[in-house]
Write a protein that binds this ligand. Structure first.
Ligand SMILES: [Fe+2]
Ligand SMILES: [Fe+2]
Length: 305
């Protein structure tokens, strides 16, 4: 019986080979930085790697970027799982026939199965179960969990009532920062039906940890003993991935920065740049920097019973 697990979450890797410049994301360096971060993460001996959405960029061309992501992710050594993010969903500006069904087919066996993008994975000979939600939708950066998936989630939480469940999603089910609710442009940084999803997760004590990406920030919130952790992106400042170790007694996690410090400095300049998209949501570069600098003070949590 395996009593503890190690895994890494490399979220929002935003792989592309057709970028023209680096700004808030290091698009031109996305492949190299990902491969270096993955090697670093693999060096920690994880049982699993999770890629929790925004794997590539479907804004103009979906199919070639899907093929690129598939080719690169395939080289992952430990078992790995994916979620679809908003950048992996079809845009109004997508110029080829790419659709979510292509994503599900390409990553079948790594979470998505039976033409369904959301999934559960029971770790053999252990109490641990991972659930992957599908929150992305075509033509929007916002996210939600539809009725059919909510019914599935409810049934899965009942089925796994005496297990140790870790839920993963791209868009968070908590509003990590008050500013996200006060600026309309920032409402895409939590699920549309966040209260409903959150109540469902909080209401099932088997759920010990709920992880999200999308916001590219490091965050922690606790509701009724359930820990929500927001994971940072390796592709935007402060260029980090998250590594977890979970057991019945303790959830520990850490954030690891990419090694290329010149690229970290470039990413910082990009996020506070006058043309950074973040300046639509924040009053100035200093406010953006403060938002991305903030992170959890503690890295050891007690799972609820
Ligand atoms: Fe992202
Ligand atoms: Fe996203």
């Amino acid at each position: 019986m395996k009593a503890s697990l190690r895994f890494a979450v490399l979220t929002d890797i935003h792989l592309t080979d057709s970028a023209e410049f680096n700004r808030e994301r290091l698009a031109l360096d996305s492949v190299r930085l990902f491969e270096e971060a993955r090697a670093d993460a693999e060096g920690r001996g994880p049982d699993f790697l999770f890629y929790t959405g925004d794997l590539f960029e479907a804004r103009h061309w979906g199919l070639p970027h899907l093929a690129l992501a598939r080719r690169i992710l395939e080289k992952t050594r430990p078992p790995w799982f994916v979620l679809m993010g908003n950048h992996d969903a079809r845009y109004k500006t997508t110029r080829d026939a790419y659709d979510g069904a292509d994503f599900v087919r390409a990553f079948a066996g790594h979470g998505p199965t039976d033409s369904r993008p959301y999934w559960s994975h029971e770790v053999p000979e252990s109490p641990f179960v991972f659930l992957g939600l599908h929150t992305a939708r075509n033509f929007t950066s916002g996210g939600g969990v539809d009725r059919e998936q909510l019914a599935w989630l409810q049934a899965e939480l009942k089925r796994f009532a005496d297990r140790y469940v870790v839920v993963m999603m791209h868009h968070p089910a908590v509003v990590f920062d008050p500013v996200l609710e006060s600026v309309p442009e920032l409402s895409i940084y939590y699920l549309e039906n966040h209260a409903e999803v959150r109540e469902l997760l909080v209401g099932h004590r088997c759920v010990k940890l709920a992880l999200s990406g999308h916001n590219h920030t490091r965050r922690h919130a606790e509701i009724a003993g359930l820990h929500f952790v927001g994971c940072p992106s390796i592709n935007s400042w402060p260029n980090m991935y998250a590594a977890f170790q979970i057991s019945a007694k303790k959830i520990s996690f850490d954030f690891h920065q990419i090694r290329d410090q010149a690229k970290v400095r470039e990413a910082y300049a990009g996020v506070v740049h006058p043309e950074s998209t973040w300046l639509k949501g924040f009053k100035d570069g200093a406010a953006v920097a403060a938002y991305f600098s903030a992170g959890p003070a503690i890295r050891e949590l007690a799972p609820r019973r």
